[in-house]
Ligand binder design. Sequence first.
Ligand SMILES: O=C(CO)[C@@H](O)[C@H](O)COP(=O)(O)O
Ligand SMILES: [Fe+2]
Length: 214
Amino acid sequence: MVKIAPSILSADFSKLAEEILDVERGGADYIHIDVMDGHFVPNITIGPLIVEAIRPVTKLPLDVHLMIENPDSYIEAFAKAGADYITVHVEACSHLHRTIQLISSFGIKAGVVLNPATPVSAIQHIVTDIDMVLLMSVNPGFGGQKFITSVLPKIAEVKQLAKKNGVSIEIEVDGGVNEETARLCVNHGANVLVAGSAIYNQPDRKKAIEAIRG
Ligand SMILES: O=C(CO)[C@@H](O)[C@H](O)COP(=O)(O)O
Ligand SMILES: [Fe+2]
């Protein structure tokens, strides 16, 4: 069954714990945390202190999406704060293999993120070293943007690449996911869907999660 990872970027930050528990009760599988540094993307959001504060609030895995330059300098802090998954952008890593090894050294899941314009070939030499590939279906930086449909064939490409290398990796899609685009992602082979505005902008989060999963 497809997993749903609500992005707290669209939650009400003045009552973050409540907002996280609401999606947990609503059937969410992961909590997606968007970390932005104002350099790699034109927005600034969450640091390790917030991740540490969220950790005891939920039993769900924390899926930490780093949209930052020089991720190596912050991986230890996010791992120690309680991240279960750390994903890094291939576009932000000079030594991707080393960065993946660093994440894995903390005993947590390591993932690589591709921007919409980055080809799947960028991960062909590290596909056996990672647990997850996150395909951006918007340009990173903000919630509430429109899904870029030209990303869909990349989902099938990642699935093929994993199969060819005999590995099982999670394929997550992030950006503009709603009831309609979710279906397209799953049909192309995605098994984890991130959704921010499509869940948090709805009064009934359980219903929104079920609609996306459905
Ligand atoms: O990483 C990002 C944006 O850069 C995402 O995780 C967004 O937070 C998803 O928001 P929606 O597009 O679902 O509203
Ligand atoms: Fe994200």
